[in-house]
Every structure is written in C-alpha cells, then in structure tokens.
Design a protein. Sequence first.
Length: 338
Amino acid sequence: MLPLRLFVHSLRACVLLAALANANAFAQAAAASGSGAAPLRDFTFPTFANGDGRQKLSEFHGQPLLVVTFADVWGQTAGIDRAMKLLERYGKGGLQVVLAHTTSGGTFADGAGNVDPAAWAMRRYPGCNSRLCGDLTHTPWNWSGLGMPPYWAVIGPDGTAFGTGSFEKGAKELDAATHKAMEQFEAGWGTADEAALRKLLHHKGDLLAARAKATGSLSAEVDAVWKRRLASAEWLLTDGQWLRAKAEFDALALAAAAVPEWKESLATMSKALLDATSTQELDLDAKLQTLVKPLQSKSPAKDLPKRLRDFAKKHEGAAVAKRAERLAALAEQALAIR
C-alpha cells in the first residue's frame, strides 16, 4: 500500500493528465490571436449558473468576453483568481466573464458525487457572480502547445479571438488581450461610421439612437441586439429574477416608445409585469435578495438551506420560490464541500 504522501502525488498527477487530455479535446479549430482574424465559429456553452439566458458564443457579440478554465485541484484555480481581478477592473465597463470547469477531481467527483460549479464557487469564492459552467468539450480554442492548464481565451466585441493562452506562462498576455478587447468595446470597430454606431449600440447601450442612425446591415445588427436583450429579460422573468427582469424591461420600454414594432414585441412581458402576481413576485425577489445577501462576502451559513426551503414552501407556486429552492440545493452542496 502506497504511503499517503505518494498516493496524493499520484492522484494529482492523474488529475493533471486528465486536465491536459480534456484541454486538447477542447477545439475542432484553432483560434487566431489578435483583432482582424476571421470570426470564431459559434458553439453553445454548457448551462450557465449566474447567466441571463445567453448560452451561445454568438450571443455575446458586441461585448468583450473572457473565458477561463479551472479545476478544484493542485493550483488549478489560478484562472478564477485572475478573472476576478480583471472583472473588478473592467466589469463595470462591460467585461463578461465565463468560468469553466475543465476536469473531474477533488470535490468534482464523477457520477452521483458531482458538485455543481456554482456550489463550489459559493463555498470557495463568495460573491463570485461570473457565469459558471461545466466542462468545455467542443469550443473554437485549441490549447495544444500553450502549456499546462488552466487556460484562458479573450474574445473581442467583433467576435474574433484577441488571444488564448495558459496561466502557466503568466498573465501578461491575458491582461494585454483583455485591455485590447475593452478598447475595441469603447471605441467600436469597422469603418469610422460603423465604429461610431457600434460604440453607441454596444458600449453605451442606446438602442433608440443607434436605430435612428443605422442603415443596411447595421439596422439588422441593432434589431439583433434588441431581440437578444428582450430574450434575456424574458428569461430572467421565467428564472424568477423579477427585479433584474423589470429593470431591463424598463430600459427597453424607453427605447421602444418611438418604435412600434419594438413596443409590440414587449407586449407579452408587459402583460406579465402588469399581472396581479407581479407585485408579489417583485416583493418576494427583494426578500430573497436580502436572505442571500451574506453570500456576497462569505460562504453559506449552516442554516441557509433550511431558511431558503422554508421561504420556498411558504411562497409555493411563485417563480421566485422555485429559484429559492434551487439556491437551497446549491447551498447544501456548498456546505458539504471539504
């Protein structure tokens, strides 16, 4: 029987080899570095925690996106550490962050022992509001030759890769690529006229002004952003995130005031927010936010799952109650992590 020290070393080596194997299978095509490359082919991410309904890479077009991998073993959290620093620096400016679990190991055991990445982050990274997802198996990034995991990729608002790499080789290239993506986001891209309009549409989020100036294919781009934002607002409502949904609806309603077809497309959501249950759902969402507010700075308290389930049972049938039940399950998993 192996001594404990050698057994742990062997286990870590196996996990690292698994991570490398997964990483090499990530891509079907290599992504070119730098702006001006061909747009990346589209793909669908695994289901996000902390998402807004967007699951496809193409649905982030117009925004800078940072994707980093992690595993709960042997220093494989370097990606999260760096991503959180970049999110703190650029998050209010529009940076979108995806944290992707890259291999099984540690608390991420196979089979029935699986731990949701959101539960793991709830325990290890309180306040982490980035999108979290499971293993990336078919993405446009080819990590071969980039060193050992964890890995990173930065996609500019124009849909091209600004860089890919490994944290093993340091974070300087990552920082530079993220900064370039943010510069493109703030300035726009394309011809001078296209850049000015895209700055208005994507960076400033002024749909109405962008629509007034857009012609040809840019008109279609404006309409696509409208549809994407409306779809996200509707998804948030279904997910029980009523306060976020209403805030987005109010912003869209202002833009739609002078655009009949946009106003018409808001009808279903408008009806839901005017329904008799709307006031109750908004009130419940505010109470739920108060209940989980401590998670922004610390791991779940031992009694949190029970409190969330009591809340859900008391308000059974409400969309917010269903969300509370899901949060209870995550908190319960988080508390079981050692």
